[in-house]
Design a protein around this ligand. Structure first.
Ligand code: GLP
Length: 243
């Protein structure tokens, strides 16, 4: 696609079609959507909100699992992924709040929080479609370079490049950026029936080329998607400059 907006519209329409054609089963009664944060998915959320408002899609019976959350900032912090999701999407559509799942970076027992998250995904019959972005260092969710490609939901220390990257959301105050996060693993993403990746902007062009044209490897964790049976990468013109 030419622009970020066109990428957002394409993916938004695509997800709405998937939700509308979902056939419930007793062991898998709801469409289960994996969701990312960051600036790249914003045009997707915008489109999904439009499609909800014009009656094309309803999220009432959709179950969601977010990819990740920071550790060390409260849930109501302006930059927590909880706040991001409610502001950019959940509060603007008819989603049932109890159907939304976001890792709790303030949980007393972070290990248990991660285990329970994996169990909740299994309980609802697995994720139908995982929407993801990519970090400039090639990470998917917060699976930083070096993460095992068979990793599951866990605590992760953020790479310096990610901390620098995310500084823009914290008034460019490096010290304010959390150093750790909870994140689904590469394997958690790989087990989704379908993965759709939104990749936009010149600053993602190197990561995109390494992910698609490089070998599958744990230094560019998004490259694992090369082996996924149903992965779709939707990018704008700027992101393709290194391909
Ligand atoms: C964070 C998120 C990733 C996201 C990345 C890119 O690191 N954990 O899931 O893909 O940011 O963000 P942006 O889209 O703002 O470039």
């Amino acid at each position: 696609r030419d622009t970020k907006v066109e990428v957002g519209n394409y993916i938004g329409d695509y997800i709405a079609r998937r939700i509308n054609s979902f056939k419930p089963r007793p062991d898998h009664p709801n469409f289960v959507l994996g969701l990312p944060t960051g600036s790249s998915p914003l045009p997707v959320y915008k489109r999904l909100v439009e499609l909800y408002k014009n009656g094309t899609v309803s999220f009432k019976d959709v179950v969601t699992f977010n990819m990740d959350e920071y550790v060390g900032i409260p849930r109501d912090h302006s930059e927590s992924y909880h706040t991001f999701m409610f502001k950019s999407f959940f509060s603007l559509v008819d989603i049932t709040p109890s159907n939304t799942h976001i890792l709790d970076g303030e949980a007393e027992d972070l290990y248990k929080e991660c285990e329970d998250y994996e169990a909740s995904i299994k309980d609802v019959g697995g994720i139908d479609l995982f929407l993801g972005g990519i970090g400039a260092d090639g990470h998917i969710a917060f699976n930083e370079p070096g993460s095992s490609l068979t990793s599951r939901t866990r605590i992760k220390t953020l790479a310096y490049e990610t901390i620098l990257d995310n500084c823009r959301f914290f008034n460019n105050d490096l010290a304010a950026v959390p150093r750790m996060a909870l994140t689904v693993g590469v394997q958690t993403v790989m087990e989704a029936r379908e993965v759709v990746l939104v990749v936009t902007g010149q600053n993602k062009s190197l990561a995109l080329s390494q992910m698609i044209e490089g070998g599958v490897n744990h230094m560019v964790t998004a490259s694992a998607l090369q082996t996924h049976p149903w992965a779709l990468v939707v990018c704008d013109e700027d992101a393709t400059s290194e391909l």
